[in-house]
Design a protein around this ligand. Structure first.
Ligand SMILES: Cc1cc2nc3c(=O)[nH]c(=O)nc-3n(C[C@H](O)[C@H](O)[C@H](O)COP(=O)(O)OP(=O)(O)OC[C@H]3O[C@@H](n4cnc5c(N)ncnc54)[C@H](O)[C@@H]3O)c2cc1C
Length: 546
């Protein structure tokens, strides 16, 4: 039996999800990963007895995960309904205490987290965002009673955007401009193309509530001032399916994906940096991807090559310019890259009194919002103040830290490396400032004395270790002119048999989006290899050439 060969460059969540899907479509897939372990941004650090997920911690849309764990070898399940009525039943959310479905639980235990986030304002007050309409309304009323009516209108507008933008169009691949033009009038009608912050401001007059209902795109690298209001759907995605945590950390989910992928016959090779993608053809004629070369000089051929690596670096560093008519350096360089981040991984003693007034996920907003975002995204300067996302997984799963300790990470948005900040100097200073802040403001009282371990990464990690252009933290920035058709294409416009998967391509960043991306890229590959029928008719059909 002659199976088509596929190569995936990178083992991020997008690369692994696609690996599982290609195996289920009947390909023989090999993933080549630069690092010594899988996950990409979801790599795990184990230091001084603590387990630190380096990246994603907020798990949403658990049925995307269930879909992947349900796939079988040679059973191309690309045609199943993306959102069945049961999946949209908001009342079925978080009832059992375990989320994810029967196939997921064979690989990893996923549990719901409440509240979704505790959002601290600079004056020390907070908003517990939990998706429960009554508790949301109560807290809005306490902050600004007049905004209650605004919330009702915001809720309805966000719901309409969610239904059209996510449920109906979420899996639409915008391969040509017509596909984009077709839906543009709808998005305009839904007011989904104006900047999110301006959209939110039209419903809430309290600056605190404007922040509560606009910060979420920051978790996927978007500036609330610039991302289109289509991102208001995140509010509804979370409300509909909740926020979850993989016990043992997101690394356990990655481990589960690896297990599934290998059970389906996939191969993964670590410490294998790809240094070039081999293309054959003519500059103005047909060009076909044929294989890859690794840093050690070895090369491998395949029928399909997919990059899960950074878009800009993939095109600029791995493919010769003569094979790139559309994705020329000029285009690639002029695309806006997302912000970057400093992430501090730290462990501290529990003082026995459990005096932490923190929750699993905490957003700690600084004194300025609009100005701070402008300095990070536009001016690209290091600000005197900061906002942060503080994650304390040991509150849910004590096994993340040695007995008597907590494991935490805090993430601070900073400019990407288009700035001239010298992180070898500024990194330590910022880390000390942030940890002192957590102690002085009593988020973690006595942290200076209780701290037993710390390490951190800066934009230089994203640039040097993860091969991300300008050290971007989240790929190409999600702005309107870099969305849908205008985002890097999952199926290369330049080169046959060459595809992208992950945060840089459609639909965008964040773990649920990269899982959706994997399905979209798998569909494009399936079409190219003659299993398109199974997608149209929803009939499972294996891709095996005899
Ligand atoms: C700190 C942080 C926190 C986040 N929190 C959340 C969250 O809570 N919830 C959420 O949904 N999303 C979150 N995100 C976003 C989410 O993590 C990403 O969108 C997603 O994980 C990206 O996955 P990906 O498949 O695009 O690939 P990546 O994770 O970027 O992986 C790409 C892989 O390709 C490899 N690679 C690159 N170049 C080469 C090469 N030449 N040869 C071989 N291998 C190569 C890299 O080593 C890497 O392993 C967070 C991101 C960060 C950084």
């Amino acid at each position: 039996m002659d199976r088509k060969k596929a190569i995936i460059i990178g083992s991020g969540i997008g690369g692994l999800s696609l690996g599982i899907r290609l195996q289920s479509l009947g390909f023989d897939t090999t993933i080549f990963e630069k690092l010594d372990a899988p996950g990409g941004r979801a790599y795990v650090r184990r230091e001084a007895g603590f387990v630190f997920d380096m990246g994603p911690t907020v798990i949403t849309v658990p049925h995307f995960i269930e879909e992947l764990f349900s796939l079988d070898r040679d059973c191309a399940d690309l045609g199943s309904p993306d959102f069945s009525p049961e999946l949209l039943d908001i009342n079925s959310r978080i009832t059992t205490g375990v989320s994810g479905g029967p196939n997921t639980s064979k690989y990893v235990k996923i549990v719901p987290i409440l509240p979704f986030y505790r959002i601290y304002f600079d004056d020390g007050t907070y908003f517990d965002y939990d998706g429960d309409p009554e508790s949301t309304r109560r807290q809005i009323e306490a902050i600004e009673p007049e905004d209650l009516a605004g919330y009702d209108r915001f809720h309805d507008a966000a719901k309409a955007i969610f239904e059209r933008g996510f449920v109906e169009l979420g899996y639409t691949y915008f391969g040509n401009v017509m596909s984009m033009l077709k839906i543009a009038p709808d998005l305009v009608k839904l007011d989904a193309v104006r900047p999110l912050f301006s959209f939110v401001k039209s419903y809430f007059k309290s600056p605190k509530l404007q922040q509560v209902f606009s910060f979420e795109p920051l978790l996927v690298g978007g500036n609330p001032m610039n991302v289109p209001a289509i991102y208001a759907m995140i509010h509804f995605v979370e409300k509909t399916w909740g926020i979850h945590f993989a016990m043992g950390g997101t690394g356990e989910l990655v481990k589960g994906f690896i297990k599934k992928y290998e059970e389906l016959g996939g191969t993964i090779r670590y410490d294998s940096e790809v240094t070039s993608i081999e293309v054959e053809g003519k500059r103005f004629g047909k060009k076909v991807a044929k294989g890859i070369t690794l840093a050690d000089g070895s090369s491998y051929k395949a029928d399909v090559i997919v990059s899960n690596g950074d878009y800009a670096n993939t095109y600029m560093k791995l493919i010769e310019p003569k094979y790139r008519l559309i994705n020329q350096d000029l285009r690639v360089k002029t695309m806006k890259q997302s912000m970057s981040i400093v992430v501090i991984y730290f462990g501290f003693k529990s003082n026995g009194l459990e005096d932490l007034d923190l929750r699993h996920h905490n957003i700690i907003l600084g004194p300025r919002y609009e100005e701070l975002l402008d300095e990070i995204f536009e001016q690209k300067v290091l600000s005197p103040d900061f906002s942060q996302y503080l994650h304390v997984p040991s509150l849910t799963d004590p096994s993340m830290a040695p007995p008597g300790h907590h494991a935490a990470y805090t993430l601070i948005p900073v400019p990407n490396n288009a700035s001239d900040i010298d992180w070898s100097v500024e990194g330590d200073k910022l880390v000390d400032k942030v940890l002192d802040f957590l102690d002085d403001r009593n988020y973690i009282p006595g942290l200076r004395d209780r701290l037993v371990h710390k390490s951190f990464v800066t934009p230089d990690y994203f640039e040097g270790t993860l091969n991300s252009y300008l050290g971007n933290g989240f790929g190409v920035e999600p702005v309107l002119v870099q969305s849908a058709f205008f985002r890097p294409h999952n199926r290369s416009e330049d080169i046959e048999n060459f595809y992208l998967v992950g945060a840089n391509s459609q639909p965008g960043g964040g773990t649920p989006a990269v899982m959706m991306c994997a399905k979209m890229t798998a569909r494009e590959i399936a079409k190219n290899y003659g299993v398109a029928e199974s997608i149209v008719n929803g009939v499972a059909k294996p891709l095996v050439t005899a």
